[in-house]
Design a protein around this ligand. Structure first.
Ligand code: SAH
Length: 459
């Protein structure tokens, strides 16, 4: 095997892609993980880091373009790094995600997986989008200082906290650029300062915005390292002219932390929430509450979860990690009773108001950690839905669920690695994975959502 060093160049054919979206190829007995290369490319790779058995590299020159390559959707794809696989055709992106889920079930879960419909666990083809652009309903932009020291807004350059100024992002909802322009107009008019992580001084940290795709309602939250903006009246004047503006807030965050929002928000204009609809159900969404970011795909995701739950009207359902009660209320119509559990108190407030908003009377919500509330209440259920954050579910919850023996578990997951790990644990306590349906909630990125049905293994 040849030895390589940083800045060496090598010709590599890209045979595969890693979970994080780098092209994988081999040359001279060495494995290369190459940035900005897609499966089928032949590239001249420039080595950026040498490890014992592999090297990191970036694409220096495209020698032969892959048939699966497409034009990136955005001009700052390389420094931003948010849309890791935007050079891959959409069809191939869906294949990549299906393989990623399959690999997790095989490697981490220890399942025998067969995507050809053979003997093993079958991973369904990924449900994609018809038009995978401008799909996000929520955007978060950091403020920073430009070359001349003036405030800018944009994106962090991959893995750093230096801000690349930008007004437009192809995956964000149409109209976010108008909001950013309004904000920067205000910032330069009053000379608002930018927060500096080193010194802890300066005001502007982030702006968070959300838009209800069905209702058109918009929320803007300025995250600041101060008790208020210099001229909140002017700020409101400028932003409220934007059609759909429903809620303008400031969130006070004086901590030296990577957490974006502070715990307290103050409303400058309108309501402290927006309303949106998924299917026939309306939801109020507060600044601190979780709400799925891709509304078009959310409907497909929840329909899949509902289909897997297979409710007839007689069932008692637990919806653990329920957020603002989206899945709970989506299922309530077809169930006898739904219990929701969520750790963020504001989200539970929203969930309760959402039941009332939709005239739903058979849903009840509890604030707390899923593993604590469920294991303490011990109300028996026919179906348990879990939709945890990336880290997956606590071992004590797997045991707690097994103890209560629901007929079905519907696991909604945004990380196939922890999904596979938890499915293995469920398998050990008598639940069998029946179906796995990935849904593409995040086109152009390496992320994939999945819905999984587990049933009691009565054999
Ligand atoms: N099912 C909802 C929310 C899913 S996101 C939806 O589809 O909209 C995951 C949620 O789990 C978040 O709202 C987060 O606040 C919550 N959460 C995180 N850890 C938790 C825990 N230990 N117990 C309960 N909820 C938790």
């Amino acid at each position: 095997m040849k030895t390589f060093k940083k800045n060496d160049f090598v010709e590599v054919y890209i045979e595969d892609m890693s979970d994080s979206g780098e092209g994988i190829g081999h040359a001279d007995g060495m494995t290369f993980f190459v940035k900005n290369a897609v499966i089928g490319d032949t590239v001249e790779a420039g080595v950026t880091k040498v490890k014992k058995n592999y090297c990191y590299a970036r694409t220096n020159k495209l020698i032969k373009e892959s048939e699966f390559r497409k034009k990136p959707i955005c001009g700052i794809s390389s420094p931003c790094g948010g849309c890791q696989i935007q050079q891959l055709s959409y069809e191939k992106q869906l294949e990549f995600k299906r393989k990623k889920v399959a690999d997790c079930f095989r490697r981490i879960g220890g399942f025998s997986v067969d995507c050809q419909n053979g003997d093993g666990l079958f991973i369904n083809p990924v449900i994609g989008m018809e038009n995978p652009v401008n799909y996000r309903n929520k955007a978060q932009f950091p403020f920073g200082k430009g070359k001349n020291g003036k405030p800018v807004v944009g994106f962090y350059a991959g893995r750093t906290h230096s801000v690349i100024p930008t007004e437009y992002c192809s995956i964000e909802f149409p109209g976010h650029e108008e909001i950013l322009r309004g904000i920067m107009e205000y910032v330069s008019a009053v000379g608002e300062s930018v927060y500096d992580e080193e010194s802890g001084k300066g005001t502007l940290r982030h702006v968070l915005m959300r838009k209800g795709f069905v209702t058109g309602e918009i929320m803007v939250v300025m995250v600041i390292n101060a008790d208020g903006l210099c001229d909140e009246k002017l700020f409101t004047e400028i932003l409220k002219k934007i059609p759909g503006m429903t809620s303008i807030q400031v969130s006070i965050n004086k901590e030296n932390t990577n957490v974006i929002l502070g715990n307290k928000c103050r409303t400058l204009y309108g309501r402290d929430y927006i309303v949106d609809k998924i299917g026939d159900v309306s939801f109020r969404i507060s600044a601190l509450s979780f709400y799925q970011v891709n509304p078009v795909q959310t409907l497909k995701l929840y329909r899949t979860a509902a289909e897997f739950a297979g409710l007839t009207g007689k069932e008692t359902v637990w919806d653990l990690y329920c957020g603002i009660g989206t899945i709970s209320l989506f299922l309530a119509e077809k169930a006898k009773k739904v219990y929701g559990v969520e750790i963020v108190p504001q989200a539970i407030e929203d969930a309760k108001k959402n039941s009332a908003l939709n005239g739903i009377e058979n849903a009840e919500f509890f604030t707390g950690a899923a593993e604590d509330v469920y294991n303490e209440k011990k109300f028996p259920a026919d179906v348990v839905v879990v939709d945890p954050p990336r880290k997956g579910i606590d071992e004590s919850l797997v045991k707690g669920i097994a103890l209560m023996q629901p007929e079905k578990i519907v696991y909604v997951s945004c990380d196939p690695a922890t999904l596979a790990r938890d499915c293995k644990k469920f398998d050990e306590v008598g639940y069998k994975v029946q179906k796995v349906q990935p849904v593409d909630m995040f086109p152009e990125t390496v992320h994939v959502e999945s819905v999984c049905l587990l049933t009691q293994n009565l054999a």
